[in-house]
Design a protein around this ligand. Structure first.
Ligand code: C5P
Length: 316
């Protein structure tokens, strides 16, 4: 979305006043660690899919070179307000500064600052990629605000400096990701999957879950899961879903085994931890059954937030 009174009067030389993007969450349908690298990261293979839970991000141009960030929270998702930094520790500020530097390097122009408003609808410390998605949305929104065009490869190079999952959010939809997570291979015709995401009140740090994991000698291949995704067979997808981080996260968060039991006793075709948690999701055969299950489970576990939602094709 783009807004500016002067644009409406079609004065082409006028800069854009503000731009707004939605930043979707993701789930991991598959995540296997291949090896620990010398830089401390893990070589991995993961299949990620964007889902219909969103943050919103608005960039408004300033006349000076300052960047400001205001963060607000969707009340129904955040009964207790989390501590989200609004300075350079936030990936959104890191992203806009990197983009400004990249514009300066490529075109020799120093773009002016902007006020950023981030409205969080994606739970944090959840393994749902909210911060990474916000960073990718900031890169795309910044390009529109400043009316600059980088190639996808240039944007991916910027994104991977911000975090392992950030490049995926430049593509969205469903994709196989390799390397640290930054090599993205989109899976064209992935189906829309009905899911229920459960988010307990406790959160987990990604770094801590990775540190606690035992890398296995026999690694699982994503091939069967990818085939199941391409064929759209929900039962097969449910059977083939896997997350190497699950055991580690379950050791660190006592809410997770109970959630796994709840989904095991439901009509889910499969259930899994998303990323490094603490979100746990079930895959269902229809949106109706997903909604019924979310309602039933939220009545039983009022301290857990349940979201009946679905995976998405690209939305921006
Ligand atoms: O890349 P990002 O900053 O999102 O990663 C957060 C943390 O997760 C890293 O500091 C690292 O501990 C862990 N990680 C990893 N291997 C990956 C991705 C993340 O060990 N491929």
């Amino acid at each position: 979305m783009v807004g500016n009174e002067t644009r409406k009067r079609q004065l082409p030389q006028q800069p854009i006043g503000w731009v707004e993007f939605v930043a979707p969450a993701k789930i991991n349908l598959f995540l296997e660690l291949l090896a620990k690298r010398s830089d401390g990261y893990h070589e991995l293979e993961t299949v990620m899919a964007t889902v219909a839970l969103f943050d919103r991000i608005r960039l408004t141009a300033r006349n000076d070179d300052q960047f400001t960030l205001k963060v607000t929270f969707q009340k129904s998702v955040f009964p207790i307000l989390p501590d989200v930094p609004t300075d350079e520790r936030n990936l959104v500020i890191k992203a806009i500064i990197r983009l400004q530097n990249a514009v300066l390097e490529k075109w020799g122009i120093k773009k002016s600052g902007c006020d950023i408003w981030l409205h969080k609808g994606i739970p944090v410390e959840a393994g749902l990629g909210g911060g990474s998605s916000d960073a990718a949305a900031t890169l795309m929104a910044g390009c529109q605000l400043w009316q600059v065009a980088f190639s996808q490869a240039e944007l991916v190079a910027l994104a991977e400096q911000l975090g392992s999952d950030v490049p995926f959010f430049l593509y969205q939809g469903t994709a196989l990701c390799r390397g640290r997570g930054e090599h993205v291979f989109p899976l064209g015709n992935a189906p829309q999957l009905d899911i229920v995401i459960a988010k307990p009140s406790s959160g987990l740090s990604t770094a801590e879950v990775f540190q606690n994991v035992k890398v296995s000698n026999s690694v699982n291949s994503p091939t069967k899961l990818v085939d199941a995704v391409i064929s759209g067979d929900r039962f097969q997808i449910g059977q083939q879903m896997f997350n190497r981080l699950q055991e580690s996260a379950m050791e660190l968060c006592e809410d997770l085994p109970c959630l796994a039991d709840c989904f095991e006793n439901s009509a889910a075709c499969g259930h899994l931890l998303s990323g490094s948690g603490t979100s746990y999701f079930g895959l269902f055969n229809s949106s109706k059954v997903a909604l019924q299950t979310a309602r039933y489970l939220s009545a039983r576990l009022p301290q857990v937030k349940f979201f009946s939602t679905s995976t998405l094709a690209r939305v921006v």
